[in-house]
Design a protein. Structure first.
Length: 117
C-alpha cells in the first residue's frame, strides 16, 4: 500500500459507528411497528400521515442496515489485512476516500463505473 493507513484509527471509527447503529436499532423498531389507530377517532389524513411516517422510518432503517453490513465487512477486512483495497479491482482505495467513509469497499473508479450501469 503506497500510503500507510492507520488501521487502528479506522477500526475505532467503524466500531464506534457500529455501536451507535446497534443502540439506535431499538428506537427504529418502535417507529416501524404497525400503527394501531382507532378509525372512529382518528381522521383519514392522520392515518395516512402515520402510514407515511412508518414507510419513511422503514426506508431509513434499510439504509442504516446497509451501512451496518458495510461496517461489518470493513471490520472483517481489517482483521484479515485486506482493508483499504477495492473489493472489485483489488486496487488501493484512496486514504481521503476512506477518511470520508471508512466503510467504503470500492475505489472511486469502480464506484463511478457502478453508477453508470
Amino acid at each position: 500500500m503506497s500510503e500507510e493507513l492507520d488501521l487502528d484509527h479506522f477500526k475505532k471509527r467503524l466500531t464506534k459507528r457500529y455501536q451507535i447503529i446497534l443502540a439506535d436499532r431499538e428506537a427504529q423498531k418502535k417507529n416501524t411497528a404497525p400503527k394501531e389507530l382507532d378509525q372512529t377517532s382518528v381522521g383519514r389524513l392522520s392515518r395516512m400521515d402515520a402510514m407515511q411516517q412508518q414507510q419513511m422510518a422503514k426506508a431509513a432503517a434499510l439504509l442504516v442496515d446497509q451501512e451496518r453490513r458495510r461496517i461489518e465487512t470493513a471490520l472483517k477486512r481489517i482483521a484479515s489485512e485486506e482493508y483499504g483495497y477495492c473489493i472489485l479491482c483489488d486496487e488501493e482505495i484512496a486514504g481521503k476516500r476512506l477518511e470520508f467513509d471508512p466503510s467504503l469497499l470500492t475505489c472511486i473508479s469502480c464506484a463511478q463505473n457502478a453508477e453508470k450501469q
